[in-house]
Write a protein that binds this ligand. Sequence first.
Ligand code: DQA
Length: 145
Amino acid sequence: MNHVLVIHGPNLNLIGIREPEVYGSVKLEEVNKSLTALAFELDLDLRVVQTNHEGEIVETIQNARQWANVIIINPAAYTHTSVAILDAVKAVAVPTIEVHLSNIYAREDFRHRSYVAGAAAGRIMGFGADSYLLALRAAKSLLSK
Ligand code: DQA
């Protein structure tokens, strides 16, 4: 069975409450439930991590080298700042899909730069919670090739 790691970055524990006009009204717990159901359907083993700490994201990516076949990551605000997360993704060479709830290019200029994009297999954004489900389908597709 293939193993997929989903990483939710900082402040994503507050979706559903946080700026619902931008991020929607679905709570992270519900996103994770939908992901678990879809993973079962697609015959994928799924592990989900949420952390507000950059170093913990780096360590989670490093550890994924031992077991994950695909990483799906929403680095949230660290998307726009973190060379450390970019380097970790490059270091482990596990295909990585970047996800965002919002379309970062339709927002403030400072959100237009993504460091991790340079190492991503692909990127999905702008579909709210569905961005994660589309990313899981993309992971399945990558693994079938
Ligand atoms: C986000 C977009 C980021 O700019 C922001 O800092 C987030 C969430 C998204 O999913 O749309 O926290 O990654």
